[in-house]
Design a protein around this ligand. Sequence first.
Ligand SMILES: [Zn+2]
Length: 476
Amino acid sequence: MLKVYNTMTRRKEEFKPLKKGEVSIYCCGVTPYNHPHIGNARPFVTWDVIRRYFAKKGYKVHYIQNFTDVDDKIINAANKEGVTWKDISDRYIKAYFEAMDALNVRHADVYPRVSETMPEIIAMVEKLIAKGYAYVVDNGDVYYSVEKFSHYGKLSGRSLDDMQAGARIEVNTAKHHPMDFALWKAAKPGEPSWDSPWGKGRPGWHIECSTMSLKYLGEKFDFHGGGSDLIFPHHENEIAQSQACIGDDHSFAQYWLHNGFITIHNEKMSKSKNNFFTVKDILKEYPGEVIRFFILQTHYRSPLDFSDERLKEAQTSLARLQNTKAYVDELCAKQGTADTAAELASKAEALRKEFYEAMDDDFNTALAISQMFALSKEINIYYQEVTNGTKAFDAAGFKTVAAIYAEMAEIIGIFEQQEKAEDDGLTDKLMEIIITLRQDARKEKNWAVADKIRDALKDADVVLEDTPNGVRWKKA
Ligand SMILES: [Zn+2]
């Protein structure tokens, strides 16, 4: 049984998908105005593992992640550089993908952008006004009236009275209540703006995620995720907007999952403290897989302290698993009919079960990884025994073990860069050269050379095939 910690109910609950065999996920994306930092990366690595796990369990996964490409921070960055907001957002969306690709984060099904969702956003604001949940003020701003939504505060567990007591006193505001938030902001000179029934302007931050999740996942979907800093006000406001618009208190996301903070030497990361690390900078020192592994060695809800020492430890740990992977590959290339791997295979099956149990317990990757280490240890022992001749090799039995090790790696999302680096198209290019040389030899009727190439390839377990499209190669 898969259990997840739901921020809404503050407890672990059994996951029941809305649609059998399918899982729908919306995760709040980045505001592309600078290079993603390590704290930005954590939710995306977390959700990448969750997606991989669901896919492995046979679910069809729908995963949506937005880009907030219309925002004050983007406009400020554009003004500072004397370029357009679009230049800034395009540049840093590209930077986002470069960073996440390095961390083996698979792409979302859709990456909606605010600038491309304007008609739907405007329609949703209009609906909220029509239903009495929002109001327009003189300058063309539109606000959401939190007092109209009786459940306001249910995700974060705050009451409107507490919030009001803690709210800053705003001067010259046209808001009905200090916690009312902007759905639409009237244009200021020099800002990008879009036409709307309330004049030129642009959307507030929260409305985009409501509109996009409803547009791509419907009125009810399984998961909504993001960093725990988004619980209030962002996710609280998303709920207020969406459920008011739909008219159903049980609509919108069914499970709210929030990942913990990343601290730097136990301090909050901030630009002013100069302890702000971008993924791009960390990648200069460590491979992406090490960063990913470092993130996943801690449960996603726990705080994660980032330091050079911790990254080095992650690098050493990952190297141990990679070393076993090399043993696995070496053994898989061997022949052997002995019956010596049955015990190892049954241990692997048991560890696989424990790995899945850990993942079923609110995606406990830390514990799951420890099961992978246990399997790695067992494989290392078997490898030593086979290599030093104490045991004869059992190719059939070991196949099961190798498959389980690969399955765990695939869910955690490691050993992918090694394969990428190994291949990177080089094998294909080299094979093309070899095949051309052999074709040339045959044209010249130099059968000795042609046969020598074919036999050498056969020794390397590569078979050549004549096809209507020319000579193809494959691994035997
Ligand atoms: Zn969001």
